[in-house]
Design a protein around this ligand. Structure first.
Ligand code: GTP
Length: 184
């Protein structure tokens, strides 16, 4: 009975995952998918992670991330037979001097949330550089979503040809939506 259920479960997930090989599905279930937060220093990557995890805003002094950090989350998205799906969110350091460290982690990322600060023009101009690095180091089928963080109100336009959303780690605007959108 239990074995039957497992077979049905795998068949169901296989359908959902567009007939990927069984080994891929099992490793996907066991290890979860990996989502990375990338973008210039100070755009709000750590705050986005904390907002998503704890529902709080890290106000006050800004402490730059050193290297890389990750936490596991359970997200509701294969709701019928597999109600919980594990994914890891990796918060990377935006500072230039850590780039060679973070590049090494791109290869097995399933999704990248690429952030800029809507109040900082340079962080927006650098999106092109980030996309070039993503194309160089990440898998070809990686999901990329661009997030304009620190918004006060939404204006939805962008020019980079990847899905885009405006967010605020401060108010929580679209934060959960951004993570669940790339987790799907
Ligand atoms: N007003 C406002 N401030 C924000 C928002 N998100 C982050 N901040 C502020 O921006 C500063 C930098 O945020 P972090 O999350 O530490 O930035 P980071 O991208 O992780 O920076 P690195 O670790 O250096 O890569 C902090 O002072 C935050 O309080 C937001 O949505 N609105």
């Amino acid at each position: 009975m239990k074995a039957d259920f497992c077979i049905y479960l795998i068949c169901f997930i296989n359908t959902v995952m567009k007939a990927k090989p069984l080994s891929d599905i099992l490793s996907y279930i066991l290890t979860g998918s990996k989502v990375m937060l990338v973008g210039d220093s100070g755009v709000g990557k750590t705050c986005m992670l904390v907002r998503f995890k704890d529902g709080a805003f890290l106000a006050g002094s800004f402490i730059s991330t050193v290297g890389i950090d990750f936490r596991n989350f359970i997200i509701n998205f294969l709701f019928v037979l597999c109600p919980h799906h594990l994914f890891q969110i990796w918060d990377t350091a935006g500072q230039e001097r850590f780039r060679s460290v973070t590049h090494a982690y791109y290869r097995d990322a399933h999704a990248l949330l690429l952030l800029y600060d809507v109040r900082n023009r340079a962080s927006f101009d650098n999106i092109r550089v980030w996309l070039t690095e993503i194309h160089e180091y990440a898998q070809q089928d990686v999901v990329v979503m661009l997030l304009g963080n620190k918004v006060r109100r939404c204006i939805s336009e962008q020019e980079f040809g990847v899905p885009f959303m405006e967010t605020s780690a401060k108010s929580g605007l679209n934060v959960e939506l951004a993570f669940t959108a790339v987790a799907r």
